[in-house]
Design a protein. Structure first.
Length: 189
């Protein structure tokens, strides 16, 4: 069930992405979990990302923290990340820990497009608003689990297509190419 407070939390992921992606790239030392000073009557939002050692997620974390400091009277923020982008069990544990701590919302960049869906379903069942960012959760698995989780992020297929079209326009017949793959269990991989 989505409450008025929950509806008000749904705008935050887009704002966090926008702010996080527009930073100058500088970041403080990486911490695996950082919680803002909290007053219990403010909504508590958890941002759970992939590796904070990755500059993209470190920059997003810095942007989210900067936004929260500027709006400290409106919400409290806990930022978490895993040490290795493939540490699926730790990301599942972070979701469980955040639900147990009483957060009202979880914004997650999942390390795996399918495997996190069950724990996110449990979070929703506990009344937590869940928003998916960066790496889209698998649509078929969401349907199988009978849940809906909104996605805020890029259209990676369209972006990859544009890059491929550009590269093809620059290549000559017989040129060698290399294709680098990401993590295969991630939609954006």
């Amino acid at each position: 069930m989505i409450t008025n407070q929950s509806k008000n939390l749904l705008w935050l992921p887009l704002l966090l992405l926008t702010i996080g992606c527009s930073q100058d790239g500088s970041s403080n030392s990486v911490t695996m979990s950082e919680t803002s000073d909290a007053v219990s009557d403010k909504p508590h939002i958890a941002l759970i990302m992939k590796s904070l050692a990755n500059e993209f997620f470190s920059t997003m974390s810095a942007g989210a923290k900067q936004h929260q400091r500027a709006h400290a009277d409106q919400y409290q923020l806990t930022v978490n990340g895993i040490k290795d982008e493939r540490d699926l069990s730790r990301q599942v544990a972070l979701v469980d820990e955040m639900v147990a701590s009483g957060v009202e919302a979880i914004i997650i960049a999942p390390a795996d497009s399918k495997a996190l869906i069950q724990v996110l379903r449990r979070a929703q069942e506990a009344g937590v608003v869940v928003v998916n960012i960066d790496n889209r959760l698998d649509v078929d698995t969401l349907a199988k689990e009978g849940i809906k989780i909104p996605f805020v992020g890029p259209d990676n297929r369209r972006g990859a297509r544009k890059v491929a079209d550009y590269l093809v326009s620059k290549l000559n017949e017989g040129d060698s190419i290399v294709i680098l793959e990401g993590i295969r269990t991630s939609f954006n991989g």
